[in-house]
Design a protein around this ligand. Sequence first.
Ligand code: CS2
Length: 494
Amino acid sequence: MRLRSTRLGRTNLERLSPGIRRPAYDRSRVTPGVVHLGLGAFHRAHQAVVIDDCLAAGSASWGIVGASLRSPDTRDALAPQDHLYTVAIRSAEGTEHRVIGALLDSVVAREDPARLVGRMVDPAIRIVSLTVTEKGYCHTPQTGDLDERHPDIVHDLNNVDAPRSAPGFIAAALARRRAQGLPPFTVLCCDNLAANGHTVQRIVTQFAALRSNELGKWIADAVAFPCTMVDRIVPETTDADRDSVSSALGLHDAWPVMTEPFTQWVVEDRFPAGQPDLAAAGVELVSDVKPFELMKLRLLNASHSALAYLGYLSGYETIADTMQDPHFARLAAQVMEEAAVTLTMPSGTDLAAYRASLLKRFANPALHHRTWQIAMDGSQKLPQRLLGAMQDRLRKDLPIATHALAVAGWMRYVTGLDEQGRAIDVRDPLAGEFAALAREAGPIAERLAPAMLGVAKVFGPLGAEPRLREAVTAALGRLYQDGARRAVAAHVSA
Ligand code: CS2
């Protein structure tokens, strides 16, 4: 019934239920300054909210044009509502709804690549930001280099003006700007990659150099790729969420996004082409993001992945469910504690308080964040979340059993069969390779662990490290013998 209620849109904002926050600026005066690649829920609940604040503070030339690289779903949901959508901020205390106006238009790259390139070449666009997920960069996560054999990269090198990949679009637009004598835009990566700005700079430069050495050199010299640390937990929107948001609004929103109260954005202050007043909107502008990035990847994302694999195998559907099990809450705390000693933070950073706040955020009962969602694309996530900290701990001669249990949980998960023998829907660019290795090795830790550790794209030389092999094989053995729930309980009680 609710689905037939009036659609949210620019002409009916005054009909929103009282108490719903809405754009505090004249949207008709806003012009685009940002093209964002990857118009998913995370962008809409994070950077777009900040830009909405910037627009309210007077930076009217920084509206967003969003692009989905493949799927038309977001555009199809948002275009009929003038690209307005709701952010629902959920906690045990209740839900706050806020309608965001920062997104002005959307493009589906696959349908019309030239249109997207055209928008990126517009001189008004001074920032191209990205949330295309780890695998969207077409790189080898272990080394941070462009994967020249990636099918999208091969395609884009043969179709430079009608690309498919994020590096392909950035290079195409920058090449045209250079040819037209226009200054480049700043490339702002907002994905959880290690040293994300530097990594994307390397990937785009390598791609461009395959097109022409001059272009590669110009991009390396002239384009800024600031590093960022982005943080906000954004579970996938469900139909029940759509219904509850629409009923709170009094108008139908086809694709609201769900999130938590916490939000953080730390950005390297390097925007030669200009920036909206990010600082006024709460963004922390710093000269070196690296320590914050590592802190977040190794504390938040590492323990998230550990909870996701081991929690899923234990039959827990969401992170909050998993955290209700005190052994898993302890496991998350232990991953963080053990990773914390590998970090060097600027003075004044209170890591203990940060860890405590993460445990509270994970336990948020109002967020339905599925373990399955976080378990996705592990091959792209493991190096920066777990393996770097393991390497650093090994260098310091510290034990790595906790991280090894998480890695073993991932190995067990990507075999594609759960502890009851039911199929797991493994989503990972390397899923086929992992399934084949699992079939060949069988459910035998001594065979499976070394086979997985031999996948160089994920583990690199670390896979041959004897202490790591021993710890991961032992942990995988316990998972096969006792099941994940008992193995975690035994580990944290030891
Ligand atoms: C999660 C992240 O899906 C995942 O892998 O760990 O999306 C996490 O929720 C965000 O990085 C939080 O900022």
